[in-house]
Design a protein around this ligand. Structure first.
Ligand code: MF3
Ligand code: CO
Length: 248
């Protein structure tokens, strides 16, 4: 069942989304060589709490950190540690916050120092793929239209589309219906209505689309070790289109 949010729920989802967007903005200046991912995770937690919210990822299904931090070939759900960022890394911060019971969810990949032309290409086109997916959204859009738009753009740019992980509805649970795959066919899947809230989140790889799970049971990495990028916004569906709730 895909829930239609009430006015009050939309107000809370807007605040949760704003806190997530602001957490990204707050952390960006610190994404420099030498900082540990643990430090970034702690700063994210403290900032989210300072805004009257809680990090939704913490203890979600037993997840041991506050936000997900994934570097280079790590696709999603990397766990903060004493690892230090290095010049040339790309780092994805997947930040979820819960405000008065309602969630916001946004992932964004960033360059650390000077990155290769290939990594710049991956970042540029994964971000564009997110907007290609968002652009088709309005009341009446099928979920398959979003996946079709993302996948078509990714394949045109020779990027691997991760299929094992998908976008989702967002509300008083972090993951709600519908699933929002980054692949699909036009006019298939659930129909979106105004008042629904979903997270669209392409994960694209420079090489193969294949991924596997590390022994820590959380971190998903590319099968060929090539880098991966991830861009995600939580959006409210409207009659005319959509509103980004996780603006930065
Ligand atoms: N934004 C992540 C997702 O949609 C949230 C993961 S929380 C975690 O998958 F605890 F599973 F890491
Ligand atoms: Co998500």
């Amino acid at each position: 069942m895909i829930s239609i949010k009430t006015e009050r729920e939309i107000e809370l989802l807007k605040i949760a989304g704003e806190i997530v967007g602001d957490t990204h903005k707050y952390l960006i200046p610190y994404l420099k060589p030498g900082i540990t991912t643990k430090k970034i995770d702690t700063m994210a937690r403290d900032y989210i709490i300072s805004r009257g919210a809680t990090p939704s990822c913490y203890h979600y299904d037993g997840y041991p950190a506050n936000i997900c931090i994934s570097i280079n070939e790590e696709v999603v759900h990397g766990i903060a540690s004493n690892r230090k960022l290095k010049d040339g890394d790309i780092i994805t911060l997947d930040i979820c916050a819960c405000y008065k019971g309602y969630h916001g969810d946004s992932a964004w990949s960033y360059a650390v120092g000077n990155v290769s032309e290939e990594k710049k290409y991956l970042l540029e086109h994964t971000e564009k793929a997110l907007y290609k997916g968002l652009e088709v959204i309005k009341e009446g859009t099928h979920v398959g239209d979003i996946g079709y738009a993302v996948e078509t753009y990714a394949l045109e740019h020779n990027l691997g589309v991760v299929k094992e992980l998908v976008g989702h509805g967002v509300g008083n649970e972090l993951h709600e219906d519908p699933e929002v795959p980054n692949y699909g066919r036009k006019n298939t899947g659930p129909v979106l209505k105004s008042g629904m809230v979903i997270a669209v989140e392409p994960m694209l790889n420079l090489g193969t689309a294949d991924v596997y799970l590390l022994d820590d049971d959380w971190t998903v990495v590319t099968a060929d070790g090539e880098p991966s990028a991830h861009f995600e916004h939580t959006v409210l569906i409207t009659k005319e289109g959509y509103t980004i709730l996780t603006k930065r």
